[in-house]
Ligand binder design. Structure first.
Ligand SMILES: O=S(=O)(CCO)c1ccc(-c2ccc(C3CCCC3)c([C@@H]3C[C@@H]3c3ccccn3)c2)cc1
Length: 240
């Protein structure tokens, strides 16, 4: 995979996205507004427009007990699970298997009235990262999704408007070992999740409509996805 045409871009985008995900909300500077809260989940967005289109950056933080960062990234990255948790997905195709940790996807999302239907073409890369802050702590895991091109699927040919996105899911496992030295169970682990996304809707769509859709769909997506991972892993051995 190191000699693949996408490799240089993947390297630079992953480093940039992970650094961005690691930057706390406070450090990011002002402009972030908390727009959704549910238990441990906090969702922030910044209102930004490009050519009159809402491309609001989103940053969500969540802590989920009983699962690891590797498990969260495994179920987010794997195409075989996506229809189970991605409610707005209409069609998903793996266009290219670059390597076992890098895929190229083409997805069409359900039409959201009055916007026209959207599709998105992106590479998706999953990677384990060394835990710089705590050398003997568990590693971090990340999945980065970044829009890309594919000669056979030029944008805006069919009925779909091509959107452009950059997404980073960064996961940090936390282990609280049992006092009596008993073996680890899922009661002793939790996962701190940071989900960052910037979506350019591609063609024109009313900013008010897009913002309403994001406000409704993003909290739903993160809650549904994390509940899915908890449910899929609860009777399986812990995957660190
Ligand atoms: O994290 S991912 O990579 C996971 C892989 O699937 C990802 C997340 C979100 C999108 C996405 C991009 C654009 C739109 C809109 C823009 C104008 C009309 C359709 C939507 C609709 C809003 C709904 C939505 C929002 C958030 C989460 C899921 N659904 C979703 C695509 C991929």
């Amino acid at each position: 995979a190191c000699q693949h045409r996408l490799w240089p871009e993947i390297e630079s985008v992953v480093k940039q996205q992970v650094a961005w995900a690691r930057t706390g909300i406070g450090e990011c500077g002002q402009g972030w507004q908390l727009f959704a809260e549910d238990g441990e989940m906090r969702m922030y967005r910044r209102e930004e427009e490009v050519d009159g289109m809402a491309v609001d950056p989103l940053k969500a933080v969540h802590t989920v007990p009983g699962i690891t960062g590797h498990e969260v990234c495994h179920y987010f990255f794997g195409p075989q699970y996506r229809y189970d948790w991605e409610t707005t997905l209409e069609q998903m195709t793996v266009l290219e298997t670059v390597s076992d940790d890098t895929l190229v996807f083409l997805q069409t999302h359900k039409r959201i009235w009055p916007a026209s239907q959207r599709d998105v073409l992106f590479w998706s890369h999953m990677r384990k990262l060394p835990n710089e802050n705590d050398r003997d702590g568990p590693d971090l895991w990340t999945v980065v999704n970044n829009s890309t091109t594919h000669l056979d699927y030029p944008p805006n040919v069919g009925k779909c408007v091509r959107i452009y996105l950059k997404v980073c899911l960064l996961c940090q496992t936390r282990v609280d070992p049992p006092k009596d030295g008993a073996p680890l169970t899922r009661d002793n682990i939790s996962c701190k999740i940071t989900y960052c996304s910037v979506v350019n809707p591609g063609g024109w769509a009313p900013a008010s409509v897009l913002r309403a859709v994001y406000k409704r769909e993003y909290p739903k997506f993160l809650k549904r996805f994390t509940a899915y991972v908890v449910n899929q892993t609860k009777n399986k051995p812990i995957m660190f």
